[in-house]
Write a protein that binds this ligand. Structure first.
Ligand SMILES: Cc1cc2nc3c(=O)[nH]c(=O)nc-3n(C[C@H](O)[C@H](O)[C@H](O)COP(=O)(O)O)c2cc1C
Length: 205
């Protein structure tokens, strides 16, 4: 083993990194909800190493990563005032985990993207929060006062249960707009800071 100061100094840094992980599980048909999921991860990665905050498509779930994660963030496009059928299939696939209380005590949060300004996104956040409560999880909301209601404003849709974003008919690179994406980044940063703050003492670095 090389014990020189020069070589050992960098390896000391990871020791002080937070020992918590989060998965952002989403369903997106056309990429807009995926864009929001990635912005949440971007915000989380200002607090956590990249491999400790990941966006996960419902069609390609890494169950091992999800089961060990401290926080699960659930996000869906809104279809007819509900999560999409694909997201509901994911929810139903977790019924054995619900029965065995596998996720009890984990943190949970949610986001919803849709075309309408309201679009009944609240119904989706409520649906997901009830799902998280069924699992015995602990909810984290979006404690961010709106800066206004223009396209560049933070939390412009004034949602506190979770994150709401709105996409128009356009490429995911341009819609949801800058305020919604910045709010998603803020949310990811806030979520990561929350789970770091409440990290169990026995897993602290
Ligand atoms: C079948 C269907 C139902 C929809 N229902 C709603 C709705 O209830 N409210 C709304 O605002 N938008 C609704 N939309 C628009 C979608 O929410 C929007 O296209 C979606 O969020 C885009 O996200 P994605 O690119 O991640 O798929 C609906 C779209 C489809 C195809």
């Amino acid at each position: 083993m090389n014990t020189s100061t020069k070589d050992s100094a960098p390896s000391a840094a990871p020791q002080s990194l937070p020992n918590v992980t989060m998965a952002v599980i989403y369903h997106s048909n056309y990429g807009h909800t995926k864009r929001v999921a990635e912005a949440i991860v971007q915000g989380a990665r200002t607090q956590l190493p990249a491999d400790q905050a990941r966006a996960i498509d419902v069609h390609d779930i890494d169950w091992a990563f999800v089961d060990q994660a401290d926080l699960l963030v659930f996000g869906s496009a809104v279809y007819m005032g509900s999560v999409t059928a694909e997201f509901k299939t994911f929810m139903d696939e977790t019924s054995k985990r619900w029965y065995h209380r596998k996720w009890e005590g984990k943190w949970a949060a949610a986001f919803a993207n849709s075309g309408g300004l309201s679009g009944d996104k609240l119904a989706v956040l409520q649906q997901i929060s009830l799902y998280a409560m069924q699992h015995g999880m602990n909810w984290i909301g979006l404690p961010l006062m709106p800066t206004g209601h223009e396209a560049t404003d933070l939390n412009r849709l004034s949602s506190f249960l979770g994150l709401m974003t709105q996409s128009l008919d356009g490429p995911p690179e341009t819609t949801p707009g800058p305020g919604d994406i910045d709010t998603a980044i803020w949310f990811g940063n806030h979520l990561a800071k929350t789970i770091i703050k409440h990290q169990p003492a026995d897993s602290r670095p």
